[in-house]
Design a protein around this ligand. Structure first.
Ligand code: ADP
Ligand code: MG
Length: 306
């Protein structure tokens, strides 16, 4: 197995009779930001916990930079920086104190620890807050401190479970930019989970999980290219009837999720005009645009992304 990649093969995990991961396989090379995108309950945290060595899988193989998870979890643990979904900072301590304590846990001390903390605070743009209590920082800044903390011992792989949930869009984008530069300059692997499309969009490759199965894998552009043309979203209170009527009249196959019909078509603007003219009373609103990763999910699973 390569020392330059994570290889996951036929990974399956069950809790009792519930199958949380179903035969999942993928690889991630060094330098890449890889995203596991999936709705609530799709198996993201389960996969994250297995990769973090917190939990052995029911079956399948994981190899991280040449080390087999089933054989040498200890060696793997040293290579990992881990950011859990739930905040892991002591909010009553300052930023620097949090980092220093964590450094001590990893056997870092003295000048080299001081230097590494300084370097990370600079890199994450939080030097000027280093002596502030963590509780005084915004959610976005706290997230940056957590990532800096996870990077202290210079891990080769950074694992993050939903790093930007709870943050607003602008702050999320900023956080992603920090991670992109980190993956590039340190040549590490960043593997993160998310249920947020905008976060997934910024990653190099995305694996889409649905009820434990990986239903798609590729760059965001490759995934969206699976949808030919535009996506038209029609809001209606008469979903099933309208779906059948539209399918009869136009050469399209709408997918119904709750009160919305999703229609994939080549010339969206013409379709919008024609469908509104044909069913003026059944349509509440119409939106059309280029496909998103959410559209890809809906197309592949037939389910809304919730
Ligand atoms: P996600 O992180 O994508 O929300 P999880 O990995 O937490 O998904 O959960 C995947 C599935 O496994 C869900 O159906 C969830 O209810 C179930 N599950 C997760 N943890 C446990 C557990 N400790 N015991 C039983 N079922 C669990
Ligand atoms: Mg989760």
């Amino acid at each position: 197995m390569s020392v330059n990649r994570i290889t996951v093969q036929n990974l399956t995990h069950t809790y009792g009779t519930r199958c949380a991961l179903d035969n999942v396989s993928f690889t991630v090379p060094r330098g890449e930001i890889f995203c596991l995108l999936g709705p609530n309950g799709s198996g993201k945290t389960t996969l994250f916990n297995i990769l973090s060595t917190l939990m052995p899988p029911t079956s399948g193989n994981v190899n991280i930079l040449g080390h087999d998870l089933g054989i040498n979890a200890r060696a793997i643990r040293k290579l990992l920086g881990i950011v859990f979904q739930h905040p892991g900072l002591d909010v009553k301590l300052t930023v620097t104190e949090n980092l220093r304590h964590h450094g001590h846990l990893y056997g870092l001390k003295g000048k080299s620890l001081k230097l590494r903390i300084f370097e990370l605070l600079e890199r994450f743009g939080i030097s000027d807050r280093s002596h502030d209590l963590v509780e005084k920082l915004s959610g976005g800044l706290q997230r940056r401190v957590e990532i800096a903390k996870a990077m202290l011992h210079s891990p080769q792989v950074l694992l993050l479970d939903e790093p930007s949930s709870g943050l607003d869009v602008g702050v999320r984008r900023q956080l992603s930019e920090y991670m992109i530069s980190l993956a590039e300059t340190e040549n590490i692997i960043i593997l993160l989970t998310t249920h947020l499309m905008d976060e997934a969009e910024l990653c190099n490759r995305v694996g889409i999980l649905d009820i434990g199965k990986m239903v798609a894998l590729g760059t965001p552009d490759e995934l969206k290219a699976q949808i030919g043309g535009d996506v038209v979203l029609i809001e209606t209170t008469n979903g099933e009837v309208l779906r059948n009527a539209i399918a009869d009249r136009f050469e399209v196959l709408p997918i119904l999720t709750e009160n919305y019909l999703h229609v994939e078509c080549e010339r969206g603007h013409e379709f919008v005009r024609d469908v509104v003219a044909a069913f003026p009373d059944e349509i509440q609103t119409v939106r059309f645009g280029k496909p998103t990763l959410e559209d890809v999910f809906i197309k592949l699973t037939g389910n809304p992304f919730v």
